[in-house]
Design a protein around this ligand. Structure first.
Ligand code: SRM
Length: 566
């Protein structure tokens, strides 16, 4: 045994590792608890197993003072964010019947239900599966929802890449029978049965991954998936006719960190090399097994693939990957990203049909006075039966619409107060927030409920200095975990405590550069003055049409460096 292996073996593995070892089918005691008519929650250990099934036990933090009110968040597995019309309508109905009557588009092109209580959990999960969809591996120490470009909706290349994303998602699914047994058949797996006791997943092994694993596909020049923030990334490379020739592989991205823990940090993926499409699945599996075999199982804050690559180096990683796959990577091909974000409004697809991209404020599909987005989408999908796509920036695309239906779709949406032109403002459309309070147990500050008001204030300041039409990518999270990818924003706000945020500046338009801490803590009451000073300086010292993020990287970063403690 090498000294390194001996040292890590000497450290105790985390409780999550012990749980997976004890019940490798991931069944826990879940079905048994559900059959208890008075149970309103699962045991702490079972909540860890539930994550692999796409379910989080939460409580309404607004109501905590009166005692915990347990409820569940359920996240779908929707590779590439693509839903058939019936799939969309199923999500819509279940959100109304069992959830809080909202659907939350996630930053990884999925849907989350919030506010589901124990009684509704079983029926909701059964109906998702009956509709030929699932939530398997949407959370947990496994590969998560695979992202792929939301637009352009059809071109031979986009369809192929989307199909590859779906294939990779399927190939990396865990094989446990527990998911089907609990949610479809409604029975507890017999944990005493020898085959269940000794179950070993053919890909993940008995203890799965040390931590979550994330994959995205991109088609340059659009980086709508924030490719480099993923553990594993595939950038499509085409031949002269636009057909897929292969992929550039990137690995080791990830954003999660903890306040005050310098061992944790956001990291962009490294470019590893180019390979042919036939090798896609074996490469995806091999990268995943490197994480499985080398990730730190003694500290969940240090367990992502990014730390393995950071510490062992890119050359080591490439060598290990080549050894596992049996072939050598070619040098990466040129692929330049120039922008992120979504193409709002109507667009013509390659096949002559149309797609419509609609802005969804903080990803929350709901009805409010005068703006009945949930009803509008239901009515439109019901009537015109179009494909639905969720974007990585928490927006929605209605796709494959015959050109002669454009006016009728526009009119039906307008009837519900949903415009297709001039949706949101420039800044609002480039913003993202994580759910945070009241559902997220990790949140330290508001995010989804706070960012829209903060953007009003930012727009007022920019309006006063004549900069209101300038786009700034603004992202906010209620804690440092990075769920709305704030570290890739031009201006990022990261919750520290109620009404207090760490402020990060200097990301770029293409999401290929991480930002840096500008203020350790900015109070809500200080924000207007602080941001005004920052924007004033941007206006007076920017070069030409220099974006806020580029300006901050050029002007503010050197200042931060000069004043940083040694
Ligand atoms: Fe996340 C945990 C929401 C994308 C990094 N994330 C959570 C939990 C489940 C809180 C928890 O563990 O109890 C949040 C549930 C909130 C709620 O009430 O709904 C949560 N994460 C989300 C979503 C819904 C945010 C959103 O605004 O859409 C996103 C769901 C994506 C999906 O469909 O799968 C979401 N989370 C991300 C991303 C962005 C991405 O993947 O592109 C990141 C940063 C990238 C990365 O993984 O490095 C992210 N979430 C985390 C982390 C930190 C992981 C780490 O490496 O340290 C946690 C904490 C954890 O896992 O313990 C976390």
């Amino acid at each position: 045994m090498s000294t390194e292996t001996a040292a890590s073996a000497a450290k105790k593995v985390t409780h999550n590792e012990e749980l997976k070892t004890a019940i490798p089918t991931l069944a826990g005691n879940v079905a048994a608890t559900m059959s208890d008519p008075v149970a309103d929650r699962f045991s702490d250990d079972d909540t860890q197993f539930l994550k692999f099934h796409g379910i989080y036990q939460q409580d309404d933090r607004d109501l905590r003072k009166a005692g915990k009110k347990y409820m569940f968040m359920i996240r779908g597995r929707i590779p590439g964010g693509v839903l058939a019309p019936d799939g969309y309508l199923t999500y819509d109905r279940l959100a109304t019947e069992y959830g809080n009557n909202t659907l939350r588009i996630t930053s990884r092109q999925s849907f989350q239900f919030h506010g589901v209580v124990m009684k509704g959990l079983g029926p909701l999960m059964k109906r998702i599966n009956e509709a030929m969809m699932d939530t398997l591996a949407a959370c947990g120490d496994v590969n998560r929802n695979v992202m792929a470009p939301a637009a352009p909706v059809t071109s031979t290349l986009a369809l192929r890449v989307n199909d590859d994303a779906r294939r990779v998602s399927e190939a990396l699914l865990p094989k446990t029978k527990a998911y089907h047994s609990i949610w479809v058949e409604g029975v507890q797996l017999n944990l005493e049965d020898e085959s269940n006791k000794s179950f070993v997943d053919p890909l993940y092994g008995a203890t799965y991954l040390p931590r979550k694993f994330k994959i995205a596909f991109a088609i340059a020049p659009v980086n709508d998936v924030d490719l480099l923030t993923n553990d594993l990334g595939f950038t499509a490379i085409t031949d002269a006719d636009g057909n897929l020739e292969g992929y550039n592989l990137t690995a080791g991205g990830g954003l999660g960190r903890s306040h005050g823990n310098t061992m944790t940090f956001p990291r962009l993926a490294d470019l590893i090399g180019f390979f042919k499409p036939e090798q896609l699945i074996s490469i995806a599996r091999a990268v995943l097994t490197i994480h499985r075999d080398f990730g730190d199982r003694t500290d969940r804050k240090h367990a992502r693939l990014k730390y393995v690559i950071e510490e062992k180096g890119v050359a080591w990683f490439r060598g290990e990957l080549e050894q596992r796959t049996g072939f050598k990577f070619d040098p990466a091909r040129e692929a330049v990203f120039t922008k992120q974000g979504d193409p709002f409004g109507w667009h013509r697809q390659a096949d002559g049909r149309l797609f419509l991209c609609l802005f969804v404020l903080t990803g929350r599909i709901k009805d409010t006075d005068g703006y009945r987005l949930k009803s509008a989408l239901r009515a439109t999908v019901e009537k015109f039966r179009m494909e639905v796509r969720l974007t990585p920036s928490q927006n929605i695309i209605l796709a494959n619409i015959p050109a002669d239906q454009k006016d009728a779709v526009t009119a039906l949406l307008a009837e519900h107060g949903v415009p297709v032109e001039n949706q949101g403002t420039v800044i609002r459309r480039a913003s993202m927030a994580c759910p945070a309070l009241p559902t997220c147990g990790l949140s330290l500050a508001e995010s989804e409920r706070y960012l829209p008001g903060l953007i009003d204030r930012i727009e007022a300041i920019l309006g006063e200095i004549g900069m209101r039409d300038e786009e700034i990518v603004i992202r906010m999270t209620g804690c440092p975990n990075g769920c709305a990818r704030p570290y890739a924003a031009e201006l990022g706000f990261v919750g520290k405590a109620p009404g207090r945020y760490q402020v990060w500046v200097g990301g770029n338009e293409s999401s290929t550069r991480l930002n840096r801490v500008y203020r350790e803590t900015m109070k809500d009451t200080e924000m207007d003055a602080e941001l005004r000073a920052l924007f004033d300086r941007w206006k007076s010292t920017r070069i030409g049409g220099e974006r806020f993020g580029d300006w901050a990287a050029r002007i503010v970063w050197p200042e931060l460096q000069a004043t940083a403690a040694p």
